[in-house]
Design a protein around this ligand. Structure first.
Ligand code: UDP
Ligand code: MG
Length: 316
């Protein structure tokens, strides 16, 4: 029978966690005989009674395992730890606050079992109950990000997903320190089916994402998945250079025709030209730097989905 690992990052979720377990337990009972489960709870340095709750659950239910961090490392770190420790054939990640409905798990599992998909991911159909400023900023973020990065990200996606072991292995092969999971999930590829569901408010506790934290998070996305900004000076420098050369020709003609003011403008134009030249130099530096940056990340060059067995062709 297949083993499904459910990874749950938890930061100060003492109220949500028991509720989550209850709900998840219902699903696990419902799927009894279809699949086995392990619940991997990751305590991301909580300062409340989250860890005690985890100990209690682990004592009560042998399917529950937990890891506890020495301090708060952020959700990305907690996710990574969970993914590394998962033993399942299928692996799901979901939040502790029931914003990711456990009731979707059976359908996700069925999809992976019966179709060619490697991953079932989720997105919210709407952003009801979210502050309008936050929705607006999120939309701007996805718009700009998708234009600048080669990695495509859908709007309103959640981290909540169920994936096969081979997708997990691909994710783990990306060993970069600064992790932006939404980007990583997309970068590794594989066929992904999207499920949509209505936005639900968290059951208890409060969100850990302040506006500042969200801005830092989007910054992480840009820095991890695009080096396009490093090439801005190059583009700007070339534009400025071309513009000042064209202007120089016009001003040259004007000066030749006896316009005394033209000489004054030629001087200013020369300044613009050299400014452009400096930007180009900076851009060239940026171009090399962007290559170096990606090289240091040490990402895999490619990811194999499956391959034929050794010697398969020779048996004929
Ligand atoms: N979380 C975490 N470490 C953090 C912040 C959050 O492990 O530093 C967990 C949190 O306990 C929850 C999930 O990440 O299970 C999502 O957090 P939250 O619900 O606050 O985010 P939102 O749903 O508001 O985007
Ligand atoms: Mg939440």
């Amino acid at each position: 029978m297949d083993l499904i690992s459910i990874i749950v990052p938890c930061y100060n979720e003492q109220e949500s966690l028991p509720l989550f377990y209850e709900e998840m337990n219902r699903v696990m009972e419902q799927m009894k005989g279809t699949a086995d489960f392990e619940l991997l709870l990751v305590d991301d340095g909580s300062t409340d009674r989250t860890l005690e709750e985890m100990r209690t659950l682990a004592k009560k239910d042998c399917r529950v395992r937990y890891v506890s961090f020495s301090r708060n490392f952020g959700k990305e770190g907690a996710l990574y730890a969970g993914l590394q420790k998962a033993k399942g054939d299928y692996i799901a990640v979901m939040d502790a606050d029931l914003q990711d409905p456990p009731s979707l798990v059976p359908e996700m599992y069925r999809t992976l079992k019966t179709t060619d998909y490697d991953c079932v991911a989720t997105r919210r159909r709407n952003r009801h109950g979210e502050p309008p400023v936050r929705s607006f900023l999120a939309r701007c973020f996805y718009g700009i990000f998708n234009r600048m990065s080669q990695v495509r990200m859908k709007e309103a996606t959640r981290d909540f997903r169920l994936m096969t072991r081979r997708v997990l292995d691909a994710i783990l092969s990306m060993q970069e320190y600064n992790r932006f999971s939404k980007g990583i999930f997309s970068w590794v590829g594989f066929r992904t089916k999207w499920l949509e569901f209505e936005n639900v408010e968290r059951v208890a506790g409060k969100t850990k994402w302040s506006l500042k934290a969200l801005l830092r998070y989007s910054m992480e996305a840009f820095l991890s998945f695009t080096t396009a900004p490093l090439l801005f000076p190059l583009v700007l420098g070339v534009l400025l250079g071309v513009f000042s050369v064209v202007l120089l020709i016009v001003l040259g003609v004007s000066a030749a025709c006896g316009n005394p003011l033209a000489w004054y403008w030629i001087l200013i134009d020369a300044l613009a030209f050299f400014g452009g030249l400096q930007l180009v130099c900076l851009g060239v530096f940026g171009a090399y730097f962007s290559k170096m940056y990606m090289e240091i990340k040490n990402r895999p060059i490619y990811i194999v989905k499956e391959q034929s067995e050794e010697g398969e062709a020779c048996d004929r």
